[in-house]
Design a protein around this ligand. Structure first.
Ligand SMILES: C[S@@+](CC[C@H](N)C(=O)[O-])C[C@H]1O[C@@H](n2cnc3c(N)ncnc32)[C@H](O)[C@@H]1O
Length: 225
């Protein structure tokens, strides 16, 4: 640490990190949740791959991709780094310094993601972001445009019992008491949208800790062109 950064206690952590010297951070997402999510998210290896993590916040999954041998990792965010969101980039920077990480960063909002602004990546992580955007389809188009091989999408889904591709809209703070949550597609709609933008093969795993019900589920989807 260079003294110009806030101490770990002053940071609102979203991710719980555990560093080699025994220091831990207590984030909104417990360490056990992150560990179980990582097992599913990285079930297809990223070693040697170029990885883009869109909406990285405190960077747990960016650093995990690096730890698992990714050749290059770019972490992006804006809402929680310097926008109207709930956090700052301080947690990411703290963990980055502490880990001696080489993960690169770019402060960019999801609507600005394109080949021109970030380039293309073998693997794109789009975790916990889709339900926050007002225009999920055009957002997926942007994400797809920078995905070379495999997209890893973690999201809420809704109404999976219905036999049509549909999305549910959440008024106000209806979903998780959070007014920045707007849309949850069902799994049929997720696949339909991704097929329309060039993906052909899908694997969907329900969240390792959250129990699905007829109204809502949380899934990790791997998609390939
Ligand atoms: C629930 S956090 C997920 C963080 C991390 N990817 C994970 O899965 O643990 C949502 C992330 O989406 C980002 N985001 C991007 N656009 C957003 C928007 N319009 N509203 C809310 N969050 C947004 C936030 O900055 C934040 O990093």
């Amino acid at each position: 640490m260079d003294g110009s950064q806030p101490s770990a206690e002053m940071i609102h952590w979203f991710h719980s990190h555990a560093f080699a010297d025994g220091e831990t951070t207590q984030g909104d997402k417990p360490a056990e949740t992150l560990r179980k999510e990582a097992e599913v998210i990285f079930r297809h290896p990223v070693a040697g791959k170029r990885v883009l993590d869109i909406g990285a916040w405190d960077g747990f999954f960016s650093f995990e991709a690096e730890r698992r041998g990714a050749a290059r990792v770019l972490a992006t965010d804006h809402f929680c780094w310097s926008g109207d969101g709930w956090g700052t980039k301080a947690g990411f920077d703290y963990a980055h310094a502490k880990l001696g990480s080489r993960v690169e960063t770019l402060d960019i909002d999801v609507p600005q993601i394109s080949r021109d602004t970030v380039g293309t990546f073998d693997v794109v992580l789009f975790l916990g972001v889709l339900y926050h955007v007002k225009d999920p389809f055009s957002c997926l188009e942007r994400v797809a445009s920078v995905t070379g091989e495999m997209l890893v999408l973690e999201t809420e889904t809704a109404l999976d019992v219905l036999p049509w591709p549909v999305m549910r809209y959440y008024e106000g703070a209806e979903l998780n008491n959070d007014p920045t949550n707007f849309w949850a597609p069902n799994q049929r709609a997720l696949k339909a949208m991704l097929r329309d933008i060039g993906f052909r093969r899908f694997e969907i795993v329900t969240h390792p800790l959250l129990k699905p019900n007829w109204k809502r589920t949380r899934v990790v989807m791997h998609a390939w062109r």
